[in-house]
Design a protein around this ligand. Structure first.
Ligand SMILES: Cc1cc2nc3c(=O)[nH]c(=O)nc-3n(C[C@H](O)[C@H](O)[C@H](O)COP(=O)(O)OP(=O)(O)OC[C@H]3O[C@@H](n4cnc5c(N)ncnc54)[C@H](O)[C@@H]3O)c2cc1C
Ligand code: FES
Length: 345
């Protein structure tokens, strides 16, 4: 039998067990404890904690996620940590609400229903699971195509009211082990497995202040889920949805956004194009974080803002200080960086 150690999370006072050879973050998922996390691969730093007591070993990680001086100061990445004794770990930036809304991670079987084109390089993948998956709007699952031996993380685009038919907005990379299969390889009926739900960038309910959504590329996926969950909840609040793209060829769901704007009392969709050359465009141009800065400063939204951002890591790194600069509390900024896998597998 595997040796089992105890892990005490402070300052929340939550205790759990971890088997020797098991990653501490996986043990938390297994026991339904949603400690902060993102990529689960040592790339994003969302799971960074401070080790107060105990012996650990860390698997390979990116020094962007955990620089050497922080490792020297006993910081660890839970997604890379093996325990060799009982541990006491101080959670940094933990979120009481995320912990209280933990959903235990489970394995699901399913099949591909369809793949549709949204733009030249964005696809909508629909799958059907053999049993319902409970999740919060904004969360993601790891999808495996067993016949191809490839697993990647994708965020649900549909709201949680639909628990078996899940949709994912996915950007296609020409050499992508997973995404290239969207146009060539994934047929209706192809068997998949899914594991989840994961992620702390999910919609916080019952908040009255403005909601700011900032996405780029396939970062639309979780934000689309959050937006529709918000609409279904019937809760009223000002919503500003910023979306960064290169050109108007990269925009999609424009009719859907127009119809949402007619239904909601205080909603605006603000696409920002960074490389719109030639064809006419009367909307915002430039990088999306600059547009967020310009527009939100000019508008001066009142009330405590909840901000959600998903997509390429550089976009999130750029928008974060902008949001803090206009008064968003760090504890009310929720994000998922769509990092690349540590190694293609
Ligand atoms: C928490 C989380 C949620 C995610 N949600 C989504 C989602 O909803 N939709 C979505 O499309 N993706 C999402 N991703 C990214 C996704 O998991 C894959 O990394 C992505 O689809 C690329 O996988 P691939 O197998 O197609 O490419 P790989 O085989 O892994 O990469 C092949 C090549 O493609 C290029 N490439 C791959 N990824 C990137 C990138 N991010 N930036 C630039 N070039 C790249 C590179 O040239 C790379 O060498 C998410 C990632 C995380 C961590
Ligand atoms: S570095 Fe651990 S979850 Fe991303």
């Amino acid at each position: 039998m595997a040796t089992v150690h105890k892990v005490m999370f402070e300052p929340v006072g939550i205790e759990m067990e971890v088997e020797e050879g098991e990653i501490v973050l996986d043990a938390a998922f297994r026991q339904g404890i949603a400690v902060p996390h993102g990529c689960k691969e040592g790339q994003c730093s969302a799971c960074k904690c401070k080790l107060i007591e105990g012996d650990v070993d860390l698997l390979k990680y990116s020094t962007f996620a955990l620089p050497e001086h922080e490792r020297d100061d006993n910081h660890i990445l839970l997604c890379r940590t093996h325990a060799f004794s009982d541990l006491t770990v101080e959670l940094l930036n933990f979120d009481e609400e995320a912990l209280s809304r933990s959903i235990a991670v489970k394995d699901f079987r399913g099949k591909v229903v369809s793949v549709k084109s949204l733009t030249h390089d964005i696809r909508l993948l629909e799958i059907e699971l053999d049993q319902p998956l409970k999740f919060w709007a904004g969360q993601y699952v790891d999808i495996t195509i067993p016949s191809m031996g490839v697993t990647r993380s994708y965020s649900m685009a549909n709201p949680p009211s639909e628990e078996r038919r899940l949709q994912f907005i996915i950007k296609k990379y020409p050499d992508g082990a997973f995404s290239a299969l969207l146009d060539d390889g994934l047929q209706p009926g192809t068997a998949i497995t899914a594991k989840g739900p994961y992620g702390g960038c999910f919609r916080r309910e019952g908040r009255a202040g403005p909601m700011v959504l900032v996405g780029g590329g396939s970062g639309m996926s979780p934000l689309w889920s959050i937006l529709h969950d918000q609409i279904q909840s019937g809760e009223q609040r000002p919503i500003r949805f910023f979306y960064g793209a290169r050109s108007d060829q990269d925009l999609f769901y424009l009719d859907e956004f127009a119809s949402i704007a007619c239904k909601l009392t205080d909603f605006e969709f603000i696409p920002a194009l960074s490389q719109q050359n030639g064809s006419p465009w009367s909307g915002e141009t430039g990088f999306v974080h600059d547009v967020v800065q310009r527009r939100l400063r000019a508008e001066g939204l009142s009330g405590e803002i909840d901000a959600y951002s998903c997509g390429p890591p550089p976009m999130i790194d750029a928008v974060m200080p902008v949001l803090f600069g206009i008064g968003v509390e760090p504890s009310r900024f929720y994000y998922d960086k769509f990092t690349q896998p540590a190694k293609s597998n």
